[in-house]
Design a protein around this ligand. Structure first.
Ligand SMILES: Nc1nc2c(c(=O)[nH]1)N[C@H]1C(S)=C(S)[C@@H](COP(=O)(O)O)O[C@H]1N2
Ligand SMILES: [Mo]
Length: 413
């Protein structure tokens, strides 16, 4: 309350200054939390990530509040900047960037309230604005910081009849300033440019590694290779659209058909331990589905070929007591669970082929669990065993704050 009264009595100029200062701090904190969330190496931060995401969202809301606080001043501010073309441009660019960040941020925050086909566009815009906005903000704040501005440029006075000095202090200062501006610009370009380049490459297909290349470079050696069914070969989905971001919480494991085993254990009548050959001898099926990560990116129209989980459950003979299915990754760390009812959905699949090719090691091959109706943290990569259990198990990300409810679209009740 006190704050508001204080705010209302402030002069126009002081209010603007205050908004500017708050905005600067908010953007700085958003940048730091955003970078920590974006860089894959920091995924091992676990529970901290979930907190970071919340903090990032709160900061984003704060920055939207700041924009709203600024709106009443916009015309007065523009009038004040009359004739100052550079500053007007700056204001326009800043507002544009803030708007892009906010709108795409809201979609990412409320992912489920928007069509899932918006995910990628929102993330793309959010990333793009970050790659442009963060260097802009850094450049803006470094080149305008006080140590670059002072000592103020002394006014040049020309006396009639006197020759101006060859190189005055003013000139030196000026060149120093120009020099520093250029260096700041170049350093920013070098540091941010390389990740921007990588981001561009991975988002605008054509230059991204093709599936063939990924398969060829895969560290897995699974022999014999499963031969794709006709629908897989085409592939019926028409080829997947979008890009995976490679996520892992451990070093990426590799497998050969010699050391790979698949186990079905727990509350089943026939526990199973299969080698690769017996695994791929089981009848597979082909399905087309989308893959949605809860962080906002999606891959569409994937043609998966694999064994329906329900088929496996039938083979193993689920006992009455079993209520949940627990999935273990061959990385030794990642796990997740589905209720028995969810596990029996007909599109839950133990996939071995993607668009007719072996699933690359990076994407979770040789066997990746696919749960199309749920966010992809349910889709355990390098799946190596399943266990039928009575009590619920809390999965890797759920234990770190992810929603246990991973439905992409809430099932209608
Ligand atoms: N073993 C394991 N499986 C995992 C994960 C992981 O870190 N380790 N990440 C999950 C999440 S959050 C997503 S979005 C997808 C990502 O799959 P991709 O790396 O093939 O893009 O895998 C899921 N399965
Ligand atoms: Mo994810």
């Amino acid at each position: 309350m006190e704050h508001w009264r204080e705010w209302l009595t402030k002069s126009y100029g002081k209010k603007l200054k205050k908004i500017h200062a708050w905005n600067a701090v908010t953007i700085l904190l958003l940048t730091i939390t955003g970078i920590l969330l974006y860089v894959p190496a920091f995924r091992t931060l676990g529970a901290i990530r979930v907190i970071l995401k919340d903090v990032h969202i709160y900061l984003g809301v704060l920055s939207i509040v700041l924009i709203l606080l600024y709106i009443p001043f916009i015309f007065k501010h523009l009038k004040q900047l009359k004739g100052k073309l550079g500053q007007r441009w700056n204001l326009g660019i800043v507002l544009f960037i803030l708007l892009g960040w906010s709108l795409s941020g809201i979609v990412l925050w409320q992912l489920r309230s928007f069509p899932s086909s918006w995910n990628n566009a929102a993330l793309l815009i959010h990333d793009l604005f970050t790659f442009v906005g963060v260097p802009y903000a850094l450049y803006h704040s470094i080149t305008r910081s006080r140590w670059l501005k002072s000592p103020a440029r002394p006014k040049r006075v020309d006396y009639p009849g006197e020759k101006p000095k060859e190189r005055s202090l003013t000139d030196l200062l000026y060149t120093r300033r120009v020099f520093i501006r250029w260096s700041v610009g170049l350093v920013l370009l070098a540091v941010i440019g390389s990740s921007f380049y990588r981001w561009l490459r991975s988002n605008f297909t054509g230059i991204t590694p093709t599936l063939d290349k990924l398969v060829a470079e895969s560290g897995n050696r699974m022999l014999p290779a499963p031969s794709p069914m006709a629908d897989s070969l085409i592939p019926v989905g028409g080829g997947y659209q979008g890009n995976f971001r490679i996520y892992t919480v451990t070093p990426i494991p590799s497998f050969t058909s010699d050391n790979w085993k698949f186990a079905v254990t727990g509350l089943v009548d026939h526990p199973m331990a299969l080698d690769w050959q017996s695994f791929i001898n089981i009848q597979r099926k082909v399905q087309v589905s989308d893959f949605h990560c809860v962080t906002g990116w999606s891959v569409y129209n994937l043609t998966w070929e694999g064994i329906p989980l329900s088929e496996f459950l039938k083979l193993a003979g689920v006992q009455k007591k079993a209520k949940f299915v627990k999935f273990y990754s061959g990385d030794g760390v990642y796990t997740d669970t589905l209720s028995l009812e969810q596990a029996e959905m007909d599109d839950v699949m133990l996939a071995v082929l993607m668009d007719g090719k072996e699933i690359p090691q990076d994407y979770g091959g040789p066997v990746k669990l696919i749960v199309p109706k749920m966010y992809a943290y349910k889709s355990v990569k390098w799946l190596q065993s399943i266990e039928l259990i009575e009590e619920d198990h809390i999965g890797y990300w759920e234990a770190r704050g992810y929603d246990t409810d991973a439905w992409v679209d809430k099932p209608s009740v």
